[in-house]
Design a protein around this ligand. Structure first.
Ligand SMILES: Cc1cc2nc3c(=O)[nH]c(=O)nc-3n(C[C@H](O)[C@H](O)[C@H](O)COP(=O)(O)OP(=O)(O)OC[C@H]3O[C@@H](n4cnc5c(N)ncnc54)[C@H](O)[C@@H]3O)c2cc1C
Length: 304
């Protein structure tokens, strides 16, 4: 049996695609193929994929909404697991709060809308955030007006290690900070998260969520191919403002362009390549250092 056949013998016939083009599934619409690609719909399927990759000595990459990554033009080696494990259930409820278990493939924006409407506070500012609960926890995705991180509302989570073993951890384990969780180093996968949400008037929460979405629409390019903000803010200073001051709005390299709506968004006009992306990123970093003495760091993850 070759590796493809071995993977399918565990994950199901016809379920594993070889040389699968990822670009159409990314928000940046860019990048090469996955060597092997599998869509997992349950926790068992995620665990089986991890074990199959481990046993066949393949690198495993889990992706959710593929909205915070740049995929190499050459593609991604090993097994790419696209997380479609999407479910939620109430675990506990008292007069003031609830524990809501949400699987890692659940779309975070839908969760924000639903929990706001249910009168559960903690995630309402993330309406409009692309991607999944797993990606948002790994990246500790945030909103800035007011400052609110997805990790803030986490109570506990189920993690899967590279051998396929699972464990439950508390929020502290994640060591959350700006754009950071410990999973970026341990490379453990999230199976599900349990969120502690506070009961509040749903009208207030729905308004908060809608205001955040309106602000996004006003200040960010909408309906275009991008990976969101490219660079991290520095000590609370907006990277977008800095890039704007450096005169990069509208700057083009090949098929890529710095948005003229928000300078921290790089837009793919249809035929952008990773080579274009590297040039644009290097030009911005070099000028930021030379003219402002600021070292910009990418927020997005580069996957190969
Ligand atoms: C238009 C636009 C607007 C955006 N706005 C914001 C914003 O306001 N705030 C913000 O912080 N970000 C923003 N982003 C970036 C991105 O949407 C978020 O970081 C999002 O939460 C990433 O989730 P994802 O499922 O797409 O992750 P992916 O891009 O699929 O993956 C990101 C990383 O998480 C890892 N990962 C994914 N799933 C799991 C899992 N189950 N277990 C462990 N690791 C996992 C991946 O391996 C990868 O390293 C925006 C992006 C776009 C395109």
């Amino acid at each position: 049996m070759n590796i493809h056949q071995k993977l399918e013998s565990v994950l199901g016939e016809g379920r594993v695609k070889a040389d699968f083009i990822l670009a159409p599934y990314t928000t940046f619409k860019m990048g090469g193929p996955a060597q092997y690609y599998f869509e997992a719909e349950t926790l068992d399927e995620i665990v089986s994929a991890v074990k199959a990759a481990h046993e066949n000595d393949l690198k495993l990459t889990i992706l959710g909404g593929i909205s915070n990554v740049v995929i190499s033009d050459i593609g991604v080696k090993g097994l790419v697991v696209r997380n479609r494990f999407s479910n939620k259930e109430m675990q506990k409820e008292d007069g003031k709060s609830v524990l809501l278990k949400v699987t890692s493939g659940y779309p975070i924006s839908i969760l924000a809308r639903e929990t706001a409407a249910m009168g559960l506070s903690g995630l309402e500012y993330h309406l409009g955030l692309p991607g999944t609960v797993g990606g948002a926890l790994c990246m500790n995705s945030k909103w800035t007006k007011p400052v609110s991180y997805v990790g803030d509302a986490l109570h506990s989570a189920l993690l899967i290690n590279s051998s396929g073993n699972t464990k439950i951890v508390n929020r502290d384990y994640f060591n959350f900070s700006y754009d950071y969780s410990i999973l970026q180093e341990t490379h453990e996968l999230i199976g599900y998260g349990v969120f502690k949400l506070t009961k509040m008037d749903p009208q207030i929460l729905v308004k908060r969520a809608q205001d955040a979405l309106e602000y996004r629409k006003k200040t960010q390019p909408f309906g275009v191919a991008s990976s969101g903000c490219f660079f991290q803010n520095i000590d609370g200073e907006s990277a977008g403002k800095l890039i704007d001051e450096l005169g990069f709005k509208g700057y083009k390299v090949g098929g890529l362009e710095v948005s003229d709506v928000h300078a921290n968004f790089i837009i793919n006009n249809g035929n952008g390549t990773v080579a274009d992306f590297k040039k644009i990123v290097e030009s911005i970093k070099e000028k930021a250092l030379r003219e402002k003495g600021m070292r910009l760091q990418e927020e997005i993850k580069f996957i190969d």
